[in-house]
Write a protein that binds this ligand. Sequence first.
Ligand code: HEC
Length: 153
Amino acid sequence: MKKTLSILSIGFLVWACSSNTEEQVQTKAETATESNPGASVARVRKTSELTGLMLQMHDQLKAAKSYIEAGQPIPDSLKWDFEAIKTAQSTKPMGEKKNTFDGMASAFLAHLEKTINNPDIETYNETVDACVTCHQSFCTGPIKKINKLKISK
Ligand code: HEC
């Protein structure tokens, strides 16, 4: 049983930087519960602070996308504060890559601010590009998913 759990944890660490969908994760979590009824989904699924913020950013940009596409202003309820990505704990320690990460995070946050102040298609797409730039160095799995946030002109 202990072995099963550690294999699962490895699976989830890999998942953190993969393109797997929520549904697949759910299935894995259910399997874990079946083979080990004591294990709750929350205990099996290891979500880092950074992953949580990333998922929030993804959802907010997705919502913003539909407003921008419709030529409407982004509602106040969607105004975001994602400075915390610089201090959030990641699944794997970044070690000496932390400086690179911070630089890319600042560049991204600057684009994000521009988009909030001036939500046109071009600035918005630049923000999505800034997500992808960092992901090319740090976490290639979700790039396909992130690119879907782009608005085609
Ligand atoms: C400065 C670098 C950086 C920027 C900018 C960035 N990401 Fe990430 N992202 C990461 C890292 C690193 C992880 C892995 C987090 C972990 O494993 O703790 C990640 C994880 C993710 C994940 C995977 C979450 C999961 O299911 O495990 C998604 C989706 C994601 N980012 C979307 C985005 C989107 C959308 C943007 C732009 C709005 C963005 N990211 C901007 C570095 C970045």
